[in-house]
Design a protein around this ligand. Structure first.
Ligand code: BYC
Length: 467
């Protein structure tokens, strides 16, 4: 049923894009499918491919009821191609083509630019699965293990989303790009993933939660910007991806929140007044707040690099072309062309960071990054609540945007290692990473969640490890 709310489940690939009637694209996707499954088995969650996992699967694109929950073995998950419903009469909202009808086909002049955006977006999705593949073995509970796998299968689906667009609209080149997306590997010396943060390790669960809070949030911002696209199939694809993405950030925010909550509770019970008394706090089997702060510094700074350079002609061109807008462009009130506007950007002048007004078009990466930082602040405020409530003077905070940067104006500017996790931090966190696989039980260093998945009770067995 093309363009509808309901998903066609009859074929190999669930979809609402009319694959049954589109033999060429269906064949291309069916040809790609075995390579994807091989990749998933090789590079997806290690050790749990035969386990039954209580997962949600998208069965509709209706915001009110798009997913169903049930036990599934991950390699049998139904990875589908789902687009948000078409908006009748949709027009391009920004750039040189503002006001023209949204494109249903790729405009020839923007082919290369659009392909590059799709490939970069697509590359991040399998990369994150690769980065997280060892974490199942040390999950602090079955609830957390299930959330990890939920995030993983949905990142897999997001890869399908980009591969569909490449195969449908970019012919042979698109098929080659789709193959390459399965060939590159996170952290590989010869064939790494495209963006820096996706080649870093995610060695432990604190990193996983920080990653899903910070890096998945870059995903949200970039998808929001692409959801504005004048290329309608991309806009519809991203709008549906954002529905899934919200859960990933929930996992990150509540994950770190539960760690903080447990640390504060343990410190209070032990009568510890000074949260920086790291030795005493660690002896309780919980993660001290200064270590959490250093992990936060690392993941925030790695993620800032994903926004690209402060001044970017790529970003200006993509906006002018109507391919990538600003965060919630359709809610902004200006001319949506920005030819005469300026935007304040932090620059390095005489060795010091200063704010400088630059043409707004060239500062679009910064604008998106500023919106991102504001979005992050909300979560940090919530992490600080239990610390505040327990009466500790300590507060988690975002480091300056100039800290530990590898891309842009501030690359190499301030990389004080004392503010990054140390070998000792890693060794300590590693010592805590012992699996807890009894239903309803949690590791010493993390509080139980407030509510279960899909309304399930505390002792629910979210993963049946032995199938
Ligand atoms: N690493 O003009 P500039 C997600 C390159 S996350 C390596 O500033 P632009 C997810 C850049 O490619 C969201 N290289 O670049 C999260 C360019 O190279 P070329 C992913 C970098 O294009 C969690 C050159 O430097 N989606 O979904 O304005 C789990 C000049 O730079 C980096 C997107 O990013 C870097 N960090 O900005 C799962 C959206 N930064 O072409 C998933 C699509 C820059 O000159 N991508 N470079 O050789 C874009 O919109 C843009 O490409 C970027 C870069 C924002 C990434």
């Amino acid at each position: 049923m093309p363009d509808g709310m309901d998903v066609d489940y009859d074929g190999l690939i669930p979809n609402n894009v009319g694959l049954a009637q589109d033999a060429r694209v269906r064949k291309a996707l069916e040809t790609w499918h075995p390579g994807y499954i091989d990749w998933w088995k090789d590079m997806g969650p290690e050790g749990f491919q035969e386990s039954l996992v209580y997962l949600r699967t998208a069965v509709s694109v209706d915001p009110k009821g798009w997913a169903k929950f049930g036990y599934v073995r991950m390699p049998e998950y139904k990875w589908g191609v789902l687009l948000a419903p078409a908006v009748e009469g949709r027009r391009i909202g920004f750039g040189a083509h503002k006001g023209e009808p949204a494109w249903q086909e790729v405009p020839g002049e923007y082919r290369a630019m659009l392909r590059r955006l799709l490939v970069i977006q697509g590359d991040t999705e399998p990369a994150s699965v690769e980065q997280q593949r060892h974490l199942g073995a040390t999950a602090p509970s079955l609830y957390d293990m299930r959330n990890l796998f939920q995030v993983n299968v949905e990142e897999g689906r997001h890869l399908w989303a980009m591969v569909y667009l490449l195969q449908k609209y970019f012919g042979t080149q698109g098929r080659e790009e789709a193959e390459d997306l399965l060939r590159r590997r996170s952290g590989d010396a010869d064939s790494p993933r495209m963006l820096g943060a996706f080649n870093e390790a995610t060695p432990d669960w604190l990193s996983f939660f920080m990653f899903t809070f910070f890096t998945d949030r870059d995903g949200k911002m970039q998808l929001e910007a692409l959801a504005q696209s004048g290329f309608d199939p991309l806009s519809r694809t991203c709008r549906f991806m954002l529905t899934e993405e919200a859960h990933h950030m929930f996992v990150g925010e509540t994950g770190v929140g539960r760690i903080v909550e447990r640390t504060v509770e343990a410190m209070r019970q032990a009568g510890i007044e000074d949260p920086t008394d790291v030795g005493r706090v660690r002896a309780l089997g919980v993660i001290d707040l200064p270590t959490i702060q250093r992990k936060l510094n690392l993941h925030f700074s790695l993620t800032l690099d994903l926004f690209g350079n402060e001044i970017s002609t790529n970003a200006a061109n993509a906006f002018n072309a109507g391919l990538k807008g600003r965060y919630r462009e359709d809610k902004l009130e200006d001319d949506h062309q920005l030819a005469n506007s300026t935007y304040p950007v932090m620059r390095l002048r005489d060795g010091k960071p200063v704010s400088e007004d630059v043409p707004a078009l060239s500062a679009l990466n910064m604008r998106l990054r500023d919106d991102y930082v504001t979005d992050c602040q909300g979560g940090i405020g919530r992490w600080n609540k239990p610390i505040e409530k327990a009466g500790y003077a300590f507060r988690l905070q975002l480091p300056p945007v100039t800290f530990n940067r590898k891309i842009g104006e501030f690359a190499g500017f301030d990389s004080d290692p004392a503010r990054l996790p140390t070998g000792d931090d890693h060794a300590f966190i590693d010592s805590l990473m012992r699996p807890v696989t009894e239903a309803g039980k949690y590791a010493s260093w993390i509080a139980a969640p407030k509510v279960g998945v899909d309304g399930k009770p505390g002792e629910f067995e979210y993963v049946r490890i032995h199938g």
